[in-house]
Design a protein around this ligand. Structure first.
Ligand code: ASP
Ligand code: MG
Length: 422
């Protein structure tokens, strides 16, 4: 017998039929003797609709009262939690719905992207023992204790709710049921030979999620890492009755690296086309110049990613190149242009037709020359590298966007990630 958290995203609860399907997944685990807490998202499209209504409701002011925005957005999950409790009861499974304020799930006061501070799981655990009752918890929402207001955790926040609940009730595993059957070595739409990973370390998943792999909210992986919650990404589209509740179904386990026996050097390749490059030419090579560039950008809330600066040949001037989200490109140019006097530069260049390719793997820590192999392989394909950054378990290359797919596939083969063809 195990204690499980089962999380179902928006597409898995999109309508009553899909909710019935979820019910059968839950019933299977309950019948196998497991204690189950379910965390649900809103039906797919619902949260977007709620956001649109909030926007339409504003006529004269330009910004929301975030407390009311949260009051509206949190309703989506209330509907699915109630509906799932009804369908479970309808199949003779003892079940009760729980909203964030009822448990409670206490959060910070940052409305629209609150952080979970504490969850009281005592009542749920008590009911497991006394009534074998399934807890159906509304994801994405919580309560700020001091003000008594409902908060939400940011888009995709139900993942974080699920991992936090798993930590609070000391679950053996947090199953994330979603519309893909796991985490892949690369996006299968770009690399048809990508394969599903059986296991991936928290740190690697954190990199992948931050680089835009949409499987899980970044914060949920962070939380899993801190509390060592084993997270299992699996498909909700399998026929519930075909799954053996005691076996290991297809999926990817996100876990501590200690649990991964056959560690590859490289685990996955990610890419992003949403990057833009900005080069500030011939800035003076003296203290304070980088601050003069990056402080105004930070104040404008622009997230700078790669930063490359050369050592000047004569100690006089140098170039400074960095990347920003493509959506912030024009705004960044404006910010830099406005600060031209304090920065002091000759010219400003930029490009939006660039892509960032990232190679991730904790095995890199102990292997030399991993990045060098990539440089060689890309050179053989005549792909030019504009900028390079590295960290302990990752390196990223900025290239021309036109070569994105070729580069990703080349590196995928290079590091032995291609699936053997049958
Ligand atoms: N319903 C929320 C959203 O769409 C939270 C979630 O689904 O994780 O962002
Ligand atoms: Mg999601």
């Amino acid at each position: 017998m195990a204690r499980l958290v089962m999380k179902f995203g928006g597409t898995s609860v999109a309508d009553i039929d899909r909710i019935r399907n979820v019910t059968r997944h839950v019933k299977r685990e309950v019948d196998a003797g497991h204690d189950v807490a379910v965390v649900v998202s809103a039906m797919s499209g619902t949260t977007d609709q709620l956001v649109a209504w909030c926007e339409a409701a504003l006529q004269t002011r330009r910004i929301f009262d975030a407390r009311e925005y949260d009051a509206v957005l949190a309703t989506g999950e209330q509907v699915t939690a109630g509906l799932l409790a009804i369908t479970l009861q309808d199949m003779d499974v003892n079940a009760r719905s729980w909203l964030g304020w009822q448990l409670p799930i206490l959060t910070s006061n940052v409305h629209t992207s609150a952080r979970i501070l504490e969850i009281n799981g005592a009542e749920i655990v008590k009911r497991f023992a006394e009534r074998r009752e399934v807890a159906v918890i509304a994801g994405f929402q919580g309560l700020h204790k001091e003000t008594g207001r409902i908060t939400t955790l940011g888009r995709g926040g139900s993942d974080t709710s699920a991992v936090a609940v798993a930590a609070a009730i000391r679950a053996d595993r947090c199953d994330i049921y979603t519309d893909v059957d796991g985490v892949y070595t690369a996006d299968p739409r770009v690399v048809p030979r990508a394969k599903r990973l059986a296991k991936i370390a928290f740190e690697e998943m954190l990199e992948l999620a931050s680089l835009g792999a949409k499987v899980m909210q970044v914060r949920s992986v962070e939380l899993g890492m801190v509390h060592n919650v084993r997270i299992f990404v699996r498909s909700s589209f399998d026929r519930p009755e075909d799954v053996d509740p005691h076996g290991i179904p297809p999926g990817t386990l996100i876990c501590d690296e200690e649990e991964i026996v056959e560690q590859q050097t490289v685990t996955g390749i990610a890419f992003s086309r949403d990057e833009a490059q900005i080069s500030v030419r011939e800035v003076e090579d003296k203290p304070g110049v980088a601050a003069a560039i990056f402080i105004p950008l930070a104040e404008a809330n622009i997230n700078v990613d790669m930063i490359v600066q050369n050592v000047s040949p004569d100690g006089k001037t140098t170039d400074l190149t960095f990347t920003v989200p493509a959506a912030d490109y024009q705004r960044s140019l404006d910010v830099i242009t406005k600060a031209k006097k304090t920065i002091g530069f000759k010219r400003l260049d930029g490009a939006t037709d660039v892509a960032k390719i990232s190679v991730i793997g904790i095995g890199m820590r102990s292997h030399a020359g991993v990045a060098a192999q990539a440089f060689q392989a890309l050179a053989e394909r005549a792909i030019n590298i504009r900028a390079i950054t590295t960290s302990e378990i990752k390196f990223s290359l900025l290239i021309d966007a036109a070569f994105t797919e070729l580069a990703v596939r080349t590196l995928h083969s290079l590091y032995g990630l291609d699936q053997a063809t049958a």
